[in-house]
Design a protein around this ligand. Structure first.
Ligand code: AMP
Length: 281
């Protein structure tokens, strides 16, 4: 596996691969890799001849009071994991390389970017879309793989690509299912912030998703089933539990039937966690 830090060097490698007829899959990450990331790598490997993973902690998507400075940075062990999982290139650029013209927002997430995670983290999705667009410009992949764990992010990336007027040619966005620990907790780089007691409390999120899935009735009763469990766990400070239409990311009302996404965001200790599940109502 090659480790490349500069955008121009990466572009040379990509051009050579293209000339040799390879197609390219790309998995953008912020590092501190876990099985969730590796499941996306596996999808990428199944789809394409050449797999590029990026590790870049994007300052533009962190708010002033968020964990940018203390976000885990474990490049050495991440590189070992990626090499062992058949990745061809690890792209680990510097901030200046990604933003040669300064840290300027170039993409706006619009109305959906201001709800749910966007309401809790103003500007987060503009920063996320800006870096994803920039990385797509550099890598020019045929496939880019993202996790369902970050459902609103995935929705907004689909929307950006659909509205981009083929800026990235025939780029296909591929979704990877949420990978969980054996106890149900969705894998996240931020799980390492949790104490053992907080980890136990955090299991309420996935339990609440399952409770809503197996409850009967309309949207309100599903949300209530989840909310009841969450309210019973004092260490979980709920931000929102909501049921959205996956085609619009807008909250559904009680007349809705079909597949909907149940979203939960909560703080456990100082750690903000999100999770979601697609359920049929
Ligand atoms: P991050 O490093 O947190 O920015 O995540 C990089 C990619 O991994 C994103 O597409 C995430 O949605 C995805 N991801 C994070 N956690 C999981 C998980 N538990 N299962 C599947 N994909 C995940």
């Amino acid at each position: 596996m090659q480790i490349i830090h500069s955008a121009s060097e990466l572009q040379k490698v990509v051009s050579a691969q293209r000339e040799a007829g390879a197609n390219i899959a790309f998995v953008p990450t912020m590092g501190a890799l876990h099985d969730g990331h590796l499941s996306l790598v596996e999808i990428a490997r199944d789809r394409a001849d050449f797999v590029i993973v990026s590790i870049f902690v994007n300052p533009l998507q962190f708010g002033a009071n968020e964990d940018f400075d203390k976000y885990p940075r474990t490049l050495q062990s991440d590189a070992e994991l990626l090499a062992a999982n058949g990745v061809d290139v690890l792209f680990a650029p510097t901030v200046d390389n990604v933003y040669p013209n300064g840290q300027v927002i170039t993409h706006h997430a619009g109305a959906v970017g201001e709800t749910f995670e966007g309401a809790a983290r103003p500007g987060h999705f503009d920063g996320m879309l800006t870096v994803v667009a920039r990385l797509f410009d550099i890598v020019k992949p045929d496939f880019a793989v993202f996790g369902a764990k970050d459902a609103q992010q995935l929705f907004l990336i689909h929307q950006m690509v659909a509205q981009s007027n083929h800026r990235w040619n025939a780029l296909q966005i591929i979704e990877g299912a949420t990978i969980r620990e054996a106890d149900g907790l969705a894998r996240s780089s931020r799980n390492r912030y949790l104490s053992e007691a907080e980890h136990q409390a955090a299991l309420t999120l996935s339990a609440a998703l399952r409770a809503a899935e197996s409850a009967t009735g309309n949207a309100s009763s599903r949300i209530q089933a989840a909310a009841q469990l969450l309210a019973a766990q004092p260490q979980v400070r709920l931000d929102y539990v909501a049921l959205v239409d996956p085609s619009s990311f807008e909250a559904v009302d009680d007349s809705f039937s079909g597949r909907a996404l149940l979203l939960i965001a909560a703080k456990v200790g100082n750690t903000r966690l999100i999770d979601n599940l697609s359920i049929t109502i």
